[in-house]
Design a binder for this molecule. Sequence first.
Ligand SMILES: Nc1ncnc2c1ncn2[C@@H]1O[C@H](COP(=O)(O)OP(=O)(O)O)[C@@H](O)[C@H]1O
Ligand SMILES: [Mg+2]
Length: 283
Amino acid sequence: MTKRVLSYVRRLFKNPSITKSDLYGSMGDFIQAEEQQRFCAKCPGITLCKYKGLRWSISVKKIFRRQIIVAEVGNCVNRQREKRQRETEQLIRASKIPEAMKRCTFGTFITAGDPMIRTAKGLAMASVEDGASLILGGGTGVGKTHLAIAMVQKTVSRGKAALFVPVVDLLDEIRSGYNEGTADAIQQVVKDADCVALDDLGAQRSTSWVSERLFSVIDARYRSGKQTIITTNACSMSQLEKMLGERGQRIVSRLAEMAQPLFIKARDFRTRKNVQQRLPVGK
Ligand SMILES: Nc1ncnc2c1ncn2[C@@H]1O[C@H](COP(=O)(O)OP(=O)(O)O)[C@@H](O)[C@H]1O
Ligand SMILES: [Mg+2]
Protein backbone atom coordinates (compact mmCIF):
# COMPACT_ATOMS: atom_id res chain seq x y z
CA MET A 1 0.00 0.00 0.00
CA THR A 2 2.77 2.42 1.00
CA LYS A 3 4.52 1.65 -2.28
CA ARG A 4 1.39 2.54 -4.26
CA VAL A 5 1.04 5.80 -2.34
CA LEU A 6 4.69 6.68 -2.93
CA SER A 7 4.53 6.07 -6.63
CA TYR A 8 1.29 8.13 -6.80
CA VAL A 9 2.92 11.06 -4.96
CA ARG A 10 6.04 10.84 -7.15
CA ARG A 11 3.90 10.96 -10.28
CA LEU A 12 1.82 13.80 -8.83
CA PHE A 13 4.80 16.04 -8.21
CA LYS A 14 6.91 14.61 -11.08
CA ASN A 15 9.67 13.91 -8.60
CA PRO A 16 10.98 10.32 -8.41
CA SER A 17 13.22 11.04 -5.43
CA ILE A 18 10.39 11.58 -2.91
CA THR A 19 10.70 9.13 -0.02
CA LYS A 20 8.39 8.00 2.76
CA SER A 21 10.06 10.45 5.16
CA ASP A 22 8.84 13.38 3.03
CA LEU A 23 5.24 12.40 3.77
CA TYR A 24 3.95 14.19 6.84
CA GLY A 25 1.13 12.83 8.99
CA SER A 26 -0.83 9.62 8.99
CA MET A 27 -0.21 7.13 6.18
CA GLY A 28 -3.96 6.34 6.36
CA ASP A 29 -4.72 9.82 5.03
CA PHE A 30 -2.40 9.33 2.04
CA ILE A 31 -3.95 5.94 1.31
CA GLN A 32 -7.38 7.56 1.41
CA ALA A 33 -6.23 10.27 -1.05
CA GLU A 34 -4.68 7.72 -3.40
CA GLU A 35 -7.84 5.59 -3.37
CA GLN A 36 -10.21 8.51 -3.79
CA GLN A 37 -8.56 9.83 -6.96
CA ARG A 38 -9.92 6.88 -9.00
CA PHE A 39 -13.47 7.56 -7.77
CA CYS A 40 -13.17 11.30 -8.42
CA ALA A 41 -11.75 10.74 -11.92
CA LYS A 42 -15.23 9.45 -12.82
CA CYS A 43 -17.10 12.00 -10.68
CA PRO A 44 -20.77 10.95 -10.52
CA GLY A 45 -21.84 14.42 -9.34
CA ILE A 46 -22.33 15.67 -5.84
CA THR A 47 -25.63 13.89 -5.13
CA LEU A 48 -24.19 10.45 -5.91
CA CYS A 49 -20.80 11.10 -4.32
CA LYS A 50 -19.97 8.52 -1.66
CA TYR A 51 -17.62 11.06 -0.04
CA LYS A 52 -20.38 13.71 -0.03
CA GLY A 53 -18.07 16.17 -1.77
CA LEU A 54 -15.25 15.86 0.76
CA ARG A 55 -11.96 15.46 -1.07
CA TRP A 56 -8.68 14.17 0.28
CA SER A 57 -5.89 15.83 -1.58
CA ILE A 58 -2.12 15.86 -1.41
CA SER A 59 -0.15 19.08 -1.47
CA VAL A 60 3.22 20.54 -0.59
CA LYS A 61 3.53 22.80 2.45
CA LYS A 62 6.38 24.68 3.99
CA ILE A 63 6.95 24.27 7.73
CA PHE A 64 10.06 25.54 9.51
CA ARG A 65 11.72 26.16 6.13
CA ARG A 66 11.29 22.52 5.29
CA GLN A 67 9.07 21.30 2.48
CA ILE A 68 6.70 18.56 3.53
CA ILE A 69 3.96 16.68 1.73
CA VAL A 70 0.61 16.52 3.46
CA ALA A 71 -2.74 14.85 2.83
CA GLU A 72 -5.68 17.00 3.77
CA VAL A 73 -9.42 16.83 3.50
CA GLY A 74 -11.42 19.73 2.06
CA ASN A 75 -14.38 20.50 -0.18
CA CYS A 76 -14.09 19.28 -3.77
CA VAL A 77 -14.69 21.80 -6.59
CA ASN A 78 -18.31 20.67 -7.02
CA ARG A 79 -19.05 21.05 -3.34
CA GLN A 80 -17.35 24.46 -3.32
CA ARG A 81 -19.47 25.52 -6.29
CA GLU A 82 -22.62 24.27 -4.60
CA LYS A 83 -21.71 26.12 -1.42
CA ARG A 84 -21.11 29.36 -3.36
CA GLN A 85 -24.42 28.91 -5.15
CA ARG A 86 -26.24 28.39 -1.85
CA GLU A 87 -24.59 31.48 -0.39
CA THR A 88 -25.51 33.51 -3.48
CA GLU A 89 -29.13 32.35 -3.22
CA GLN A 90 -29.18 33.43 0.42
CA LEU A 91 -27.73 36.81 -0.55
CA ILE A 92 -30.35 37.24 -3.27
CA ARG A 93 -33.12 36.51 -0.76
CA ALA A 94 -31.52 39.02 1.60
CA SER A 95 -31.12 41.65 -1.12
CA LYS A 96 -34.85 42.41 -0.82
CA ILE A 97 -35.58 42.51 -4.51
CA PRO A 98 -39.31 41.95 -5.03
CA GLU A 99 -40.03 38.75 -6.95
CA ALA A 100 -41.64 40.65 -9.86
CA MET A 101 -38.52 42.78 -10.28
CA LYS A 102 -35.99 39.96 -10.48
CA ARG A 103 -36.41 40.16 -14.27
CA CYS A 104 -34.63 43.54 -14.15
CA THR A 105 -31.12 42.62 -15.26
CA PHE A 106 -28.61 44.14 -17.68
CA GLY A 107 -29.64 41.42 -20.10
CA THR A 108 -33.27 42.59 -20.17
CA PHE A 109 -32.35 46.30 -20.36
CA ILE A 110 -32.84 47.41 -23.95
CA THR A 111 -30.91 50.38 -25.27
CA ALA A 112 -32.51 50.37 -28.74
CA GLY A 113 -29.86 52.71 -30.08
CA ASP A 114 -30.74 55.56 -27.70
CA PRO A 115 -27.35 57.14 -26.82
CA MET A 116 -28.52 58.42 -23.42
CA ILE A 117 -29.90 55.03 -22.40
CA ARG A 118 -26.76 53.36 -23.74
CA THR A 119 -24.60 55.69 -21.62
CA ALA A 120 -26.70 54.96 -18.53
CA LYS A 121 -26.38 51.20 -19.02
CA GLY A 122 -22.64 51.47 -19.69
CA LEU A 123 -22.09 53.56 -16.61
CA ALA A 124 -24.14 51.19 -14.46
CA MET A 125 -22.20 48.17 -15.75
CA ALA A 126 -18.86 49.92 -15.22
CA SER A 127 -19.86 50.87 -11.67
CA VAL A 128 -20.50 47.22 -10.85
CA GLU A 129 -16.97 46.47 -12.03
CA ASP A 130 -15.18 49.25 -10.14
CA GLY A 131 -17.54 49.60 -7.16
CA ALA A 132 -18.12 53.30 -7.86
CA SER A 133 -21.21 55.06 -6.53
CA LEU A 134 -23.81 56.39 -8.92
CA ILE A 135 -26.78 58.75 -8.94
CA LEU A 136 -29.38 58.00 -11.60
CA GLY A 137 -31.82 60.86 -11.98
CA GLY A 138 -34.55 61.73 -14.43
CA GLY A 139 -38.26 61.42 -15.16
CA THR A 140 -40.52 58.45 -14.57
CA GLY A 141 -40.09 55.28 -16.58
CA VAL A 142 -36.62 55.96 -18.00
CA GLY A 143 -35.24 52.79 -16.41
CA LYS A 144 -33.53 54.06 -13.26
CA THR A 145 -34.99 51.43 -10.95
CA HIS A 146 -34.41 48.71 -13.56
CA LEU A 147 -30.71 49.61 -13.73
CA ALA A 148 -30.35 49.86 -9.94
CA ILE A 149 -31.83 46.36 -9.53
CA ALA A 150 -29.62 45.02 -12.32
CA MET A 151 -26.59 46.42 -10.49
CA VAL A 152 -27.62 44.89 -7.16
CA GLN A 153 -28.27 41.49 -8.74
CA LYS A 154 -24.93 41.50 -10.55
CA THR A 155 -23.12 42.52 -7.35
CA VAL A 156 -24.88 39.78 -5.38
CA SER A 157 -23.87 37.21 -8.01
CA ARG A 158 -20.27 38.15 -7.19
CA GLY A 159 -20.85 37.08 -3.58
CA LYS A 160 -21.17 40.56 -2.08
CA ALA A 161 -23.87 41.79 0.28
CA ALA A 162 -25.94 44.20 -1.81
CA LEU A 163 -29.33 45.60 -0.90
CA PHE A 164 -32.12 47.18 -2.90
CA VAL A 165 -33.98 49.58 -0.67
CA PRO A 166 -36.92 51.76 -1.71
CA VAL A 167 -36.40 54.88 0.41
CA VAL A 168 -40.10 55.10 1.32
CA ASP A 169 -40.05 51.49 2.62
CA LEU A 170 -36.84 52.12 4.53
CA LEU A 171 -38.38 55.07 6.35
CA ASP A 172 -41.55 53.06 7.09
CA GLU A 173 -39.47 50.21 8.47
CA ILE A 174 -37.44 52.53 10.67
CA ARG A 175 -40.62 54.21 11.90
CA SER A 176 -42.36 50.95 12.82
CA GLY A 177 -39.04 49.61 14.12
CA TYR A 178 -39.11 52.07 17.00
CA ASN A 179 -41.96 50.10 18.57
CA GLU A 180 -40.35 46.74 17.92
CA GLY A 181 -36.87 47.86 18.93
CA THR A 182 -35.44 47.15 15.47
CA ALA A 183 -35.02 50.71 14.17
CA ASP A 184 -31.30 50.87 14.86
CA ALA A 185 -30.65 47.41 13.47
CA ILE A 186 -32.44 48.27 10.21
CA GLN A 187 -30.36 51.40 9.75
CA GLN A 188 -27.20 49.48 10.59
CA VAL A 189 -27.89 46.87 7.90
CA VAL A 190 -28.22 49.64 5.31
CA LYS A 191 -25.08 51.34 6.58
CA ASP A 192 -23.01 48.13 6.59
CA ALA A 193 -23.88 46.43 3.28
CA ASP A 194 -21.13 46.31 0.63
CA CYS A 195 -23.51 47.93 -1.84
CA VAL A 196 -26.85 49.67 -1.31
CA ALA A 197 -29.31 50.98 -3.88
CA LEU A 198 -31.59 53.64 -2.41
CA ASP A 199 -34.52 53.81 -4.78
CA ASP A 200 -36.55 56.97 -5.32
CA LEU A 201 -34.73 59.38 -3.06
CA GLY A 202 -36.78 62.56 -2.76
CA ALA A 203 -40.12 60.84 -3.31
CA GLN A 204 -40.87 60.82 0.42
CA ARG A 205 -42.48 63.67 2.33
CA SER A 206 -39.55 65.60 3.74
CA THR A 207 -40.29 66.22 7.39
CA SER A 208 -37.33 67.12 9.55
CA TRP A 209 -37.31 63.56 10.96
CA VAL A 210 -37.13 62.11 7.43
CA SER A 211 -34.40 64.54 6.44
CA GLU A 212 -32.38 63.64 9.53
CA ARG A 213 -32.71 59.87 8.98
CA LEU A 214 -31.67 60.16 5.33
CA PHE A 215 -28.70 62.28 6.27
CA SER A 216 -27.63 59.72 8.86
CA VAL A 217 -27.74 56.83 6.36
CA ILE A 218 -26.05 58.71 3.50
CA ASP A 219 -23.43 60.21 5.78
CA ALA A 220 -22.53 56.70 7.02
CA ARG A 221 -22.21 55.47 3.42
CA TYR A 222 -20.11 58.53 2.59
CA ARG A 223 -17.76 57.95 5.50
CA SER A 224 -17.29 54.23 4.83
CA GLY A 225 -16.74 54.87 1.09
CA LYS A 226 -18.97 51.90 0.27
CA GLN A 227 -20.80 51.70 -3.02
CA THR A 228 -24.12 53.55 -2.98
CA ILE A 229 -26.56 53.74 -5.87
CA ILE A 230 -29.20 56.44 -5.78
CA THR A 231 -32.20 56.75 -8.02
CA THR A 232 -34.29 59.89 -7.98
CA ASN A 233 -36.93 61.63 -10.03
CA ALA A 234 -34.98 64.86 -9.63
CA CYS A 235 -33.49 66.21 -12.85
CA SER A 236 -30.61 68.09 -11.20
CA MET A 237 -28.68 68.12 -7.94
CA SER A 238 -30.29 71.42 -6.93
CA GLN A 239 -33.76 69.97 -7.47
CA LEU A 240 -32.80 66.96 -5.37
CA GLU A 241 -31.60 69.27 -2.64
CA LYS A 242 -34.99 70.97 -2.51
CA MET A 243 -36.78 67.61 -2.38
CA LEU A 244 -34.77 66.53 0.66
CA GLY A 245 -35.86 69.29 3.02
CA GLU A 246 -33.96 70.64 6.00
CA ARG A 247 -30.83 68.55 5.55
CA GLY A 248 -31.02 68.68 1.75
CA GLN A 249 -27.92 70.75 1.29
CA ARG A 250 -25.74 68.56 3.50
CA ILE A 251 -27.07 65.34 1.95
CA VAL A 252 -26.50 66.58 -1.59
CA SER A 253 -23.01 67.86 -0.83
CA ARG A 254 -22.07 64.37 0.45
CA LEU A 255 -23.69 62.74 -2.58
CA ALA A 256 -21.95 65.09 -5.02
CA GLU A 257 -18.62 64.15 -3.52
CA MET A 258 -19.14 60.40 -3.36
CA ALA A 259 -21.09 59.57 -6.51
CA GLN A 260 -21.20 60.33 -10.20
CA PRO A 261 -24.55 61.78 -11.25
CA LEU A 262 -26.29 60.98 -14.52
CA PHE A 263 -29.59 62.66 -15.29
CA ILE A 264 -31.33 60.61 -17.94
CA LYS A 265 -33.33 62.52 -20.49
CA ALA A 266 -35.51 60.04 -22.31
CA ARG A 267 -39.15 59.20 -22.76
CA ASP A 268 -40.98 56.78 -20.51
CA PHE A 269 -39.91 53.32 -21.65
CA ARG A 270 -43.49 52.15 -21.73
CA THR A 271 -44.44 54.78 -24.31
CA ARG A 272 -41.29 54.60 -26.43
CA LYS A 273 -42.76 53.43 -29.70
CA ASN A 274 -39.60 52.29 -31.42
CA VAL A 275 -38.69 50.21 -28.37
CA GLN A 276 -42.12 48.63 -28.11
CA GLN A 277 -41.82 47.47 -31.71
CA ARG A 278 -38.60 45.65 -30.89
CA LEU A 279 -40.05 43.84 -27.90
CA PRO A 280 -41.15 40.25 -28.37
CA VAL A 281 -44.92 39.78 -28.46
CA GLY A 282 -46.49 39.64 -25.01
CA LYS A 283 -43.99 41.90 -23.23
N1 LIG B 1 -34.30 50.29 -21.30
C1 LIG B 1 -35.20 49.44 -20.81
N2 LIG B 1 -35.23 48.15 -21.22
C2 LIG B 1 -36.16 47.29 -20.74
N3 LIG B 1 -37.11 47.63 -19.84
C3 LIG B 1 -37.11 48.89 -19.38
C4 LIG B 1 -36.16 49.86 -19.83
N4 LIG B 1 -36.43 51.04 -19.22
C5 LIG B 1 -37.48 50.79 -18.42
N5 LIG B 1 -37.90 49.53 -18.51
C6 LIG B 1 -39.05 48.92 -17.85
O1 LIG B 1 -40.05 49.93 -17.74
C7 LIG B 1 -40.62 49.96 -16.47
C8 LIG B 1 -40.33 51.28 -15.77
O2 LIG B 1 -38.92 51.41 -15.56
P1 LIG B 1 -38.27 51.86 -14.18
O3 LIG B 1 -36.90 51.34 -14.11
O4 LIG B 1 -39.19 51.49 -13.07
O5 LIG B 1 -38.29 53.43 -14.40
P2 LIG B 1 -37.88 54.59 -13.38
O6 LIG B 1 -37.32 53.97 -12.16
O7 LIG B 1 -36.89 55.41 -14.14
O8 LIG B 1 -39.15 55.35 -13.14
C9 LIG B 1 -40.04 48.77 -15.73
O9 LIG B 1 -40.91 47.69 -15.89
C10 LIG B 1 -38.72 48.52 -16.43
O10 LIG B 1 -38.35 47.16 -16.36
MG1 LIG C 1 -38.11 54.06 -10.17
